[in-house]
Design a protein around this ligand. Structure first.
Ligand code: MV4
Length: 445
């Protein structure tokens, strides 16, 4: 087992990883930018190394500095958390070259899954359902028109190097094709240095349902059920829950089997997530695979009683997994609390928290690095806390979330807590009747 793990991240996920390391008897090294000197991850770790100025590119994305910090502290592994270097193949390769275990995917797997058209191709071969569209990349706009006529409008053009919604264009009729093609190609080239595009039938108002998987070094892959992440705004998830209110035992069985096939074909080691779009007829299609621990992992942990970060560390150390699949035995919901002004187009609101109170009690979990007197720096993501509740039924979980949100006091800055309170009151949300379009028509009071 590892003796010392360096955590190449900040905020709540750095704390989350440090906590599991402590429970496993593994020493921890925090790295931090000068903007995070007063952060809890710095105080909770056994050692801490400053790796540079506030800007992420100079600190949390600074590969030589992070590797140097690992070498001077004698860390034998690096946990990248989510975001930052977690899906950076160059960093994964650098760790391997330096004899430091990267707790995440291999460089080959990251590159493979990072090319979306390629990933889709592989999934098709594994028997995972994919959305009808072009066979690989499109060569010309004429070819795009031909395929669109065959599969029928609307269609969507996606950047093969994209993901998270960047470089996509929806096309409703043929005369829009030329413009969409040109602007998508231009945007993808500028953003990713790769202007490859592919086409799919556009699925209107789908649900976003993802399956958590875990694979070990011996080729065994299991699934840990789904998370419904349909409540999102501009590709930023707001609320995640498990089980999905749209799920049936039959669909879970099919999606779980497909997600395992996805993990098996790439010999996936570690915890990962297979994202699917699910249409109103409960047809499901592969969308992307994430080769990292995700923000929303706690809802899965709460319903299957499983520490996913511990599992990541065990798998990286070569421990075999049990191989058993999991069914949720209760319900969990997560609300992401961001330092944003919901009445001002979700403008980020960094600043000092003058006073605060975190909710607690039965079935209530808060994953957060904030405290009274803490100043949220303006340089990073605006998520400051995750509030997770679990209960026997979805109805009870919603009531518990309302109770916990009402206890949550954060003064000095604006947060998205009032938005979550309004969503919990929404009739369609309460009925489980929602798609990825939910927030488009949600009226903030
Ligand atoms: C789609 C789609 C509809 N049809 N593909 C958005 C992010 C990127 N990972 C893929 N995305 C989508 N791909 C087809 N063929 C709709 C979306 C989409 C979406 C997906 C999941 C969650 C939220 C979304 C919001 C808008 C669009």
């Amino acid at each position: 087992m590892f003796k010392k793990i360096l955590i190449a991240n900040r905020g709540e996920i750095a704390l989350r990883i440090i906590r599991t390391c402590r429970e496993m008897g593994i020493k921890t090294v925090a790295v931090y930018s000068t903007a995070d000197k007063e952060s809890l991850h710095v105080r909770f770790a056994d050692e801490a190394v400053c790796i540079g100025p506030p800007a992420s590119k100079d600190s949390y994305l600074n590969m030589p500095r992070i590797l140097a910090a690992a070498e001077v502290t004698n860390a034998d592994a690096i946990h990248p958390g989510y975001g930052f270097l977690s899906e950076n193949s160059k960093f994964s390769a650098l760790c391997r070259d330096h004899g430091i275990k990267f707790i995440g995917a291999t460089p080959e797997q990251i590159d493979y899954m990072g090319d979306k058209s390629n990933a889709k191709d592989t999934m098709k071969k594994a028997g995972v359902p994919t959305i009808p569209g072009s066979d690989g990349l499109l060569d010309t706009v004429e070819q795009g028109k031909k395929i669109a006529k065959k599969i029928g409008f609307p269609v969507i053009i996606k950047a093969t190097a994209g993901g998270g919604g960047r470089g996509m264009r929806i096309i409703w009729q043929e005369d829009e094709m030329e413009n969409a093609w040109n602007s998508a190609k231009q945007e993808a080239g500028a953003a990713f240095g790769n202007d490859g595009l592919y086409m799919e039938k556009y699925i209107e108002e789908p649900r976003h349902i993802e399956i958590q998987i875990a694979g070990d070094q011996y080729g065994k892959v299991c699934h840990l059920s789904e998370r419904d992440c349909s409540i999102q705004r501009r590709h930023q998830k707001l609320i995640e829950e498990t089980p999905s209110p749209f799920m049936t035992p039959e669909l879970r069985q099919k999606m779980g089997t497909a997600a395992k096939a996805a993990g098996e074909i790439i010999k996936y080691e570690g915890v990962g997530t297979v994202e699917f779009l699910v249409d109103k007829h409960r047809n499901f299609y592969f969308m992307e695979m994430n080769t990292r621990i995700q923000v929303e992992h706690p809802v899965t942990e709460e319903v299957i009683n499983y520490d996913l970060v511990k599992e990541q560390i065990l798998i990286a150390a070569g421990v075999p997994i049990s191989g058993k699949d999991y069914e949720p035995t209760k319900c969990a919901i997560e609300c992401r609390v961001n330092a944003e002004d919901i009445y001002n187009n979700f403008r980020p609101c960094p600043g000092t928290i003058t006073s605060m109170h975190k909710p607690g009690g039965h079935g209530t979990r808060v994953d957060s690095h904030i405290y009274a007197g803490y100043t949220i720096p303006p340089f990073y993501d605006s998520m400051i806390a995750k509030l997770i509740v679990s209960a026997q039924t979805r109805e009870e979980a919603i009531v518990k979330m309302e109770r916990a949100l009402s206890e949550f006091v954060i003064e000095g800055i604006k947060t998205t807590i009032p938005l979550h309170q309004q969503i919990m009151q929404n009739e369609d949300f309460r009925k489980g009747n929602f798609t990825t379009a939910f927030m488009n028509s949600f009226e903030i009071k």
